[in-house]
Design a protein. Structure first.
Length: 175
C-alpha cells in the first residue's frame, strides 16, 4: 500500500509539471481532472473516503466543466476604435488580425466618436482593447494591466515606433 501511495504522489508531481508546461487549454483541463482523481485515490487509501468523494465530485467533475464553459465564452477580441476604420493603417489592422488569429479569437471592431468614458468602458465592459489615434498618426492601445493577452500584444508592437501600449489599472483613467 505504501508503494502505491508513493507511486501516486510521484505521478501527481509529473502531472503538475505537465500542467505548467502545457499550452493547450483542453489538455490542461484533462490533466487537472486526472490530478483530482489521483488525489481522491490518495484520500481514499489514507482512510478519508468522505474527502475523496468530495474531491471526485468537485475536482474532477464540476471544476473541469466550469473551465470548459469559461474558455468557450472567450472567443472574441473586442477592439473599441475612436477612429474611422478607413483611417486605420493597414499595418495596425494586420497586427490586430495576427494577434487574434494567434489566440484563435474573432476580431470585432466597435467604432465610436465620443471618448469621455474610457475608465468605465475598459473596467466594466467586455472591451479588451481601446484604440486611439492622435494627430501625428501615433496609435495608443489602451488595455487592462491585469490582462495576460496584452503581454503578447505588447511584444508584437515593440518594433512599431508609432504604437504605444498603455496598461490601465482597475479604477485608473487614461486621457
Amino acid at each position: 500500500m505504501e508503494i502505491l501511495g508513493s507511486f501516486l504522489q510521484i505521478l501527481l508531481i509529473i502531472i503538475v509539471i505537465s500542467i505548467v508546461l502545457m499550452k493547450n487549454n483542453i489538455k490542461v483541463i484533462i490533466l487537472l481532472s486526472s490530478f483530482s482523481l489521483i488525489t481522491a485515490s490518495l484520500y481514499f487509501f489514507n482512510k478519508a473516503p468522505d474527502v475523496a468523494l468530495a474531491e471526485v465530485a468537485i475536482g474532477s467533475a464540476i471544476m473541469p466543466l466550469l473551465y470548459i464553459l469559461a474558455i468557450s465564452k472567450q472567443r472574441e477580441f473586442i477592439v473599441l476604435c475612436y477612429t474611422n476604420k478607413e483611417c486605420l493603417q493597414e499595418e495596425i489592422i494586420d497586427l490586430l488580425t495576427k494577434f487574434s488569429d494567434f489566440y484563435k479569437l474573432k476580431l470585432k471592431y466597435i467604432h465610436k466618436t465620443n471618448h469621455n468614458d474610457n475608465n468605465d468602458i475598459i473596467n466594466n465592459g467586455n472591451i479588451d482593447l481601446i484604440l486611439k489615434k492622435n494627430e501625428k498618426d501615433n496609435y495608443f492601445f489602451i488595455c487592462r494591466e491585469s490582462s495576460t493577452l496584452m503581454n503578447k500584444l505588447q511584444q508584437l508592437t515593440m518594433d512599431l515606433p508609432n504604437v504605444n501600449v498603455v496598461k490601465v489599472e482597475n479604477g485608473e483613467d487614461y486621457d
